[in-house]
Design a protein around this ligand. Structure first.
Ligand code: FES
Length: 123
């Protein structure tokens, strides 16, 4: 059903799971389809050094969750917040129109986990 890079990512996602003692963790839910995406991150000196994801939902969200974890690794919090839905869509090889919101869920998860980090580490 899914092809190319998207199918590859769905079948062989990277960064699956949950970090032990993460610097921050957040879970977001799409209120319409009810899919959930959880991100946990480790932050050292303002840089996201590690990220893991868990998905409870559709196959494309496995790909977008995996890509979100991949793209934020090595980035500062500020740079991670600049990642867009379109960037994730491109990086997973292009989502079907009806699944574009799976990329939105990934961006929402990035925002939520960084929000959690900032709540835990107020300046
Ligand atoms: Fe809704 Fe994937 S179908 S996030």
């Amino acid at each position: 059903m899914y092809q190319g890079k998207l199918a590859q990512l769905i079948q062989h996602p990277s960064h699956v799971g949950e970090l032990e003692n993460p610097s921050a963790m957040a879970e977001v839910t799409n209120p319409v389809c009810d899919d959930r995406l959880r991100l946990s991150i480790r932050v050292e000196d303002g840089i996201i050094t590690e990220a893991r994801f868990k998905v409870y939902g559709c196959a494309p969200t496995i790909a977008t969750g995996s890509m979100a974890a991949e793209l934020i690794r090595g980035k500062s919090l500020e740079d991670a917040l600049r990642i867009t839905r379109e960037e994730i869509d491109r990086a997973v090889g292009g989502l079907p129109h009806t699944k574009i919101h799976c990329a939105t869920l990934a961006v929402d998860a990035i925002w939520a986990v960084i929000d959690d980090y900032r709540r835990r580490n107020p300046v």
